[in-house]
Design a protein around this ligand. Structure first.
Ligand SMILES: [Zn+2]
Ligand SMILES: [Zn+2]
Length: 235
């Protein structure tokens, strides 16, 4: 039996979970890039709803994280650990911004209201209604708009995608090294590469599946036929 001859071609990308994981990460990276263009702050002012997109606050950094994440995916760099770090960094940054918005927006509106005291006195004297810029009944969290939530959801999605990808590669490899983009065999710690079916040092199976009954080539989970010799793999 020609064990060791492996079916390449499909490589690591052929793994269904890894593929969906990478698709999820791509979607998350796109959403992360788009979120700073959405409103991050909203409040009613003089009869209108004023919205401030995230890009005018600190959203550019989140957008940069999304661009970097998508760049890694587009160049087929398999670094799920870096994707998780990007998501955690963005989530931390978004949380800072959300707190900043919730605390500072009502503060500045009240400051603006105070600066209008003179004008309002004058308006009251001439029988007009005073200008009120502080929205009544608004909680601090109400000033945080949709974009922040989209960005936060993107971070969660990016982590889920990266974990799914790492989980699938992990089957025969050490998960920590997979996250760092330096996969090692789970059995003997030898350096291995994505797309290898067996560990070259100890013959440990690296992909999910089983050797073909007839020719020994690796048959990945979900395949109907052996890609090497055409034997029936549906057993
Ligand atoms: Zn090994
Ligand atoms: Zn075969």
């Amino acid at each position: 039996m020609a064990v060791g001859r492996s079916v390449q071609g499909g490589s690591g990308f052929g793994l269904p979970l890894a593929k969906s994981g990478r698709l999820l990460q791509g979607l998350a990276a796109l959403l992360l890039q788009a979120s700073p263009l959405l409103p991050w702050v909203q409040f009613p002012l003089l009869g209108m709803t004023l919205i401030v997109p995230g890009i005018l606050l600190h959203g550019a950094l989140v957008m940069a994280a999304g661009v970097f994440s998508l760049g890694l995916l587009a160049m087929r760099v398999r670094l799920p650990g870096v994707q998780i770090l990007l998501a955690l960094f963005s989530a931390w940054w978004i949380n800072l911004d959300a707190r900043f918005i919730a605390e500072r927006t009502p503060y500045y509106l009240k400051k603006l209201q105070l600066s209008l005291v003179g004008v309002n006195d004058l308006l009251t004297k001439v029988g007009q209604n005073p200008i009120d810029v502080v929205p009544s009944g608004w909680q601090p969290g109400d000033f945080v708009a949709l974009g922040v939530w989209v960005a936060a959801a993107s971070c969660a999605l990016l982590i889920v995608g990266a974990v799914l990808e790492a989980r699938d590669y992990r089957r025969g490899m050490q998960v920590g090294w997979v996250l760092l983009g330096w996969p090692r065999c789970a059995a003997c710690s030898a350096r291995v590469y994505h797309g290898m079916s067996y560990c070259p040092s100890c013959r440990h199976g690296l992909l999910d599946g089983a050797p073909c009954e007839r020719c020994g080539a690796w048959v990945q989970r979900g395949w109907k036929w052996c890609a090497q010799c055409g034997a029936d793999a549906r057993v």
